[in-house]
Design a protein around this ligand. Structure first.
Ligand code: GLV
Ligand code: MN
Ligand code: MN
Ligand code: MN
Length: 404
């Protein structure tokens, strides 16, 4: 079993890796994305699975005919800019290796089993995370999704068409959802709880509510040498105050808030900027705390903008309510994968397609220990022995859920 995991992992690892940073740049509908999608198609076909692309561009590899009562497992292959190797791919590779393990044990699922790859989970290219799963459940309107743009102004619809798919057909897929009895996503842990609890595998309890907001600070571009300080409308100043306000607001509500992406126009060393566009990512243990953080940041941004003669517009780009995974399923998985040891049951601040699907079907997540605790960066890691433990846990789970 570990052999097939290792082989699959070694095959996938070079695709979309940036030569100088060592991080991954696998953005939806780009050349790197085509490579990893083709890799998945070939690996699934080699296992006798039949591969289909759904109307929203997600991939499904079926063991048995698609139909009601299906047990589905998978994750995503796209990455954040210079992301780690494990966030997403670990769930996909483990799913294929778990299929191998069931076949090795001579088991045949009594219900259809599918391995999925969801598109644009990170929202790194088009801004809205979990776009593939949101489209299936109807959590985003197809018209809005079609019009989302990347940094170069290319729309989701145009990018999907360029990749050879029909963007006219995107949208809710209730028939597909109705076939799914249960969805299980295995994922690398994105913190250190499993390290502290000395356990290779854990089970998710919940996902914090979270969202993304865009803040546009608009001022007046001007000469950096000749414009007196008193005459400036410099949008960089309220932006800087807003970054600090985000940290204070998060601290006040036991939450987290991050401004990790900024575009400055015209981006010249010797020009006062005309515009600073910044993206706020905020997450909190409950929705009231999250709303309070965002309101605090927005108020600080407005006050600072007014003080500097700068105009401010803000938009919510995405919002994900709190997710409480099915406790019955979670406890069933914990009993199954723990053996004699209690399995850690963990909340997470990271978003996942499993969180979106949980609004429509019974859903669970398995986490695999990450010794660095770092994620969304090249230092993200999982030891081979823990990856193998994750595959074994997923194979046991699938065998139980499919009645194999
Ligand atoms: C996605 O991985 C997120 O939680 O931002
Ligand atoms: Mn992920
Ligand atoms: Mn991620
Ligand atoms: Mn995620």
């Amino acid at each position: 079993m570990s052999d097939t995991f290792d082989e699959l992992w070694a095959d996938l690892a070079p695709l979309g890796r940036h030569r100088s940073t060592g991080g991954y740049r696998r953005y939806s509908w780009t050349g790197a994305d085509t490579q990893v999608r083709d890799w998945f198609g070939a690996a699934a076909t080699a296992r006798g699975l039949s591969v289909e692309t759904d109307r929203n561009g997600n991939l499904w590899a079926w063991w048995g005919r698609p139909g009601p009562g299906a047990v589905v497992t998978g994750s995503h292959l796209d990455s954040v800019p210079d992301g780690g190797a494990f966030d997403g791919p670990l769930g996909v590779v483990s799913a294929l290796a778990a299929v191998d393990e069931l076949q090795r044990r001579g088991l045949r699922p009594a219900v259809p089993l599918a391995v999925t790859v969801f598109v644009e989970e990170e929202g790194a290219r088009f801004g809205v995370p979990c776009l593939g799963s949101r489209l299936i459940t109807g959590a985003i309107a197809p018209d809005r999704a079609r019009e989302l743009t990347d940094a170069d102004g290319v729309t989701w619809a145009a990018a999907m068409t360029d990749a050879g798919l029909d963007s006219d057909r995107i949208g809710p897929d209730p028939d597909r959802l109705a076939q799914i009895a249960v969805f299980v996503e295995l994922h690398v842990e994105q913190g250190r709880a499993l390290v502290h609890q000395d356990a290779p595998v854990g089970v998710a309890s919940s996902i914090w509510p979270h969202g993304r907001w865009r803040l546009d600070f608009s001022g007046q571009a001007d000469h950096a040498g000749t414009t007196l300080l008193a005459d400036r409308n410099d949008p960089m100043l309220p932006f800087a105050e807003t970054v600090l306000a985000a940290r204070s607001a998060a601290r006040a509500h036991d939450a987290v808030a991050t401004i990790g992406k900024v575009h400055v126009a015209p981006n010249g060393t010797n020009a006062i900027p005309s515009r600073v566009r910044a993206w706020l990512d905020a997450r909190a243990p409950d929705e009231a705390a999250l709303r309070a953080v965002v309101a605090g940041v927005d108020a600080a941004a407005r006050d600072a903008s007014a003080a500097h003669g700068v105009a401010l517009s803000s938009y919510q780009e995405s919002f994900s309510p709190v997710v409480d995974f099915s406790t019955a399923l979670r406890d069933r998985l914990a009993a199954l994968v723990g053996g004699d040891r209690p399995v850690p049951i963990l909340p997470t601040g990271a978003g996942h397609d499993a969180g979106v699907l949980a609004t429509a079907v019974p859903t669970a997540m398995l986490f695999v220990r990450n010794p660095t605790g770092v994620s969304h960066a090249p230092e993200e890691h999982a030891d081979a022995a823990d990856c193998h433990a994750g595959v074994a846990a997923l194979a046991d789970t699938l065998a139980e859920l499919t009645g194999a």
